[in-house]
Design a protein around this ligand. Structure first.
Ligand code: ASP
Ligand code: MG
Length: 423
């Protein structure tokens, strides 16, 4: 007998039919003799609809009230899932994040989990009930207000709960059959990855693969919780995310796990920065004071004739306006000439733990990118990742080129997207 935490995403609980199907799956685990704790997301596009509603009512809703509103989506799901389970003859009890003991920081809209004290869940499980917990939310330790964990945060609820409950496994159900070597909408021949290490999944999540919330993977690694990512619409084996990928018999692990892309960033260039000590520090201090996260950075060598240089970096498009405003404030102090803002860009990344010990990966990647006629604007690397910034209209071609260069294409179409509106 094991304790299993399952998490169902929005498209898995989109309507009454879907909820009944999910209830069957949950009950099947219980019938097999396991204890089950379930985390649910809001039904379908509910979160987006609630945000749209708030925007219509007020252009700048108070953060506290916005969290009260959006977290209601998950509370609807938990109640109806519990009802569907009761209808199958099993005892189910639903709990809000706060009731489940999810304690967070007080930052509305993007709170972080500090602690999970799941006393009520343990008690209910001990009494034989199936627990359904509302994902994406908690209660602030200081203010006692309800907080939300940021978009996609239900994954993190599931992993944090699994950690606190010392669960044997954490299953993340969505509308695709696992993690693929590329986004199947861009590369239809993308292949399912049977096993991935936490570090590879972290790099993928950080470079645009949306299947798992980044913080959820960080948690899973920290507490060493194996994650099983699969579809609630099929019985396919999915993807396991574990600390060490096993070498299957007679088969070496591929050097490259996948190619991810990200369309959510913009590039800012600070033009004509005087080549003096401390200029970069002033620029990045201004951005950090405005709480803006920077991704890639490139500084060119200064031109001999002018002793000036350009510094380019990328930020989330959402933070673009604030970044420009923060930089304008230090224009005089730094003495730069002008700013350039470009949001017609994207990031393409090649990820694989194997590249650490194989020479030539970088050369092959750039060769493939060049052959797809894509111009590289910026480059950054980690031990197991190479990322490039390219023009927005070249993202798809670059992803496909890198994907085939490393022989990741499957000869049959494996990727089925079962649900979701892609919103
Ligand atoms: N419902 C929330 C969202 O759409 C949280 C989640 O789905 O994980 O972002
Ligand atoms: Mg969702």
């Amino acid at each position: 007998m094991a304790l299993i935490v399952q998490k169902y995403g929005g498209s898995s609980v989109a309507d009454a039919e879907a909820i009944k199907r999910v209830a069957q799956r949950i009950v099947a685990q219980k019938k097999a003799g396991h204890d089950v704790v379930v985390v649910v997301s809001a039904m379908g596009d509910t979160t987006d609809e609630l945000l749209d509603l708030a925007e219509k009512v007020s252009p700048m809703p108070p953060a506290r009230e916005l969290d009260m509103l959006v977290t209601a989506g998950e509370r609807m799901s938990m109640a109806v899932v519990a009802m569907a389970i009761e209808d199958l003859g099993y005892e189910a009890r639903s709990f809000t994040g706060s009731q489940a003991g999810v304690i967070t920081t007080s930052l509305h809209g993007n709170a972080k989990i500090i602690d999970v004290t799941p006393g009520r869940i343990q008690e209910a499980v001990g009494e034989g009930a199936i627990c359904i917990v509302a994902g994406f939310q908690g209660v602030s330790q200081d203010t006692k207000d309800i907080t939300s964990l940021g978009r996609g945060g239900s994954d993190t609820t599931a992993v944090a709960l699994a950690g606190a409950l010392n669960a044997d496994a954490c299953e993340i159900y969505s509308d695709v059959d696992g993690v693929f070597t590329a986004d199947p909408r861009v590369v239809p021949s993308a292949r399912r990855i049977p096993q991935l290490s936490y570090e590879e999944m972290l790099e993928m999540a950080a470079s645009g693969t949306k299947i798992l919330h980044l913080r959820c993977v960080e948690y899973a690694r920290q507490y060493n919780i194996p994650l099983h990512v699969r579809s609630s619409f099929s019985q396919k084996p999915g993807t396991w995310i574990v600390s060490e990928v096993e070498e299957s018999e007679g088969m070496e692990q591929p050097i490259i796990s996948g190619v991810s892309h990200d369309r959510s960033e913009a590039k800012i260039t600070v033009v004509g920065v005087p080549d003096k000590v401390g200029e970069a520090a002033t620029i990045f201090k201004a951005l950090s004071d405005a709480e803006i996260n920077i991704d890639m950075i490139v500084q060119n060598v200064s031109a001999v004739s002018t002793s000036r240089t350009d510094i380019s970096f990328t930020v989330a498009k959402d933070a673009g306006k604030e970044a420009v405003a923060a930089l304008k404030k230090v224009q005089e102090k730094v003495g730069y000439d002008s700013l350039r803002y470009d949001d017609q860009i994207g990031k393409v990344s090649l990820i694989g733990a194997g590249m650490r010990s194989y020479p030539g990966v970088t050369a092959r990647f750039f060769d493939a990118i060049a052959a797809s006629d894509t111009n590289v604007e910026m480059i950054s690397t980690s031990e197991i990742r190479i990322s490039v910034i390219v023009g927005e209209d070249q993202i798809d071609a670059a992803v496909r080129a890198a994907h085939s260069e490393f022989q990741l294409d499957s000869d049959q179409v494996e990727a089925v997207v079962y649900g979701g509106t892609g919103r």
